[in-house]
Unconditional design. Structure first.
Length: 328
């Protein structure tokens, strides 16, 4: 069943259409959706990854606030949307565009991550220097973990769910949280202004964009050390690894580009021009397309990762902050 493109708000609210389009778990032919959090619009644009068209715009009935990080459950029925202004995570029912719950998390939340099991999300609380863990079934806060560093922006789980990393902008370091002990073990010095984090699949190795240094840091999380730093383009911001572990894609906010780092050679093998100030991107599950939000262009660039070319630029809301893909 294909989901038709809608351009008027009145068309969004047909419950039958929304449920049919977004109840994807039982529909083998349905595409995944790219959910784009729009910081300036207080909305989430929904892109069908087959047609690469915006098919809905979610607002939580106008209550999403200042949208930063967004994650989704795998079935794409629930979104967890960070509201930085009001210090909460809004849980949105995708089919109805209604908020199921508003979870108070603290002052200045920004990044949010979903655990590999899908049972837990972690929100970085910048002003409180904490990570808040939320159970995705009960929708309750289960723990607040103090970190060593200052101003955590991104919270990213390791592929095995053993570790949680935070990139700390003010202290220029990386906290390593042991999720068995539920405590931050250490903060490891990073290059200037660490931001996006990409774990390599099946490994305790993370690539982290260091915006202020124009570098990409490589960390061995298990050994708790910085291995080395690679030269990058101007103001690298976001990081995502391919599912096969062969490439890491780094968005460069100052250069308006995406660098493709080959893991074997540890070198940038391509740089692809996109829009202005690209932020936090996401790959389709098969790795064939990369969706890059361009914060100053109010658009998402769709990259064919095989050909390393931009297939399309899609208009979304204002100041798109990040993308998450779910529903396939």
């Amino acid at each position: 069943m294909k989901f038709p493109v809608q351009h008027r708000r009145t068309a969004f609210h047909s419950a039958c259409l929304a449920v049919a389009a977004l109840s994807l778990a039982s529909n083998a032919d349905a595409a995944a959706f790219a959910f784009v959090g729009n910081q300036g619009s207080g909305s989430v644009s929904v892109i069908d990854t087959k047609s690469d068209e915006v098919v809905r715009t979610l607002t939580g009935e106008g209550k999403l606030g200042k949208v930063n990080g967004v994650v989704a459950n795998r079935a794409a029925t629930l979104l967890f949307v960070v509201d930085a202004k009001d210090g909460r995570v809004n849980v949105v029912d995708v089919a109805t565009d209604k908020i199921k719950k508003q979870i108070a998390v603290g002052s200045g939340p920004e990044g949010i991550g979903m655990s590999p099991s899908g049972n837990e999300v972690a929100a970085c609380i910048e002003d409180d220097n904490k990570v808040v863990l939320i159970d995705t079934k009960s929708l309750e806060v289960t723990q607040r973990i103090a970190i060593h560093g200052g101003n955590p922006e991104h919270c990213v789980f390791s592929p095995d769910g053993r570790w949680l990393l935070t990139s700390n902008e003010n202290s220029n370091d990386i906290d390593i949280i042991d999720l068995r002990k539920r405590v931050s073990l250490v903060a490891i010095k990073a290059s200037n202004h660490p931001r996006g984090i990409a774990f390599l699949p099946g490994r305790d190795v993370a690539y982290i964009a260091a915006e202020g240094a124009n570098l990409v840091d490589i960390f061995d999380v298990k050994a708790k050390k910085l291995l080395r730093s690679l030269p990058a383009a101007l103001r690298p911001a976001g990081a995502v690894a391919s599912a096969d572990g062969k490439f890491v894609y780094i968005t460069n906010g100052g250069a308006g580009s995406v660098s493709v780092f080959d893991i074997a050679s540890e070198k940038s093998v391509a740089e692809i021009a996109v829009g202005k100030r690209p932020w936090n991107s996401a790959l389709t599950r098969d790795g064939g397309k990369l969706y890059v939000p361009n914060g100053r262009s109010n658009s998402v660039s769709v990259i064919d990762t095989g050909k390393r070319v931009v297939l399309k630029e899609i208009a979304v809301g204002q100041l798109p902050w990040g993308v998450v893909i779910a529903g396939d």
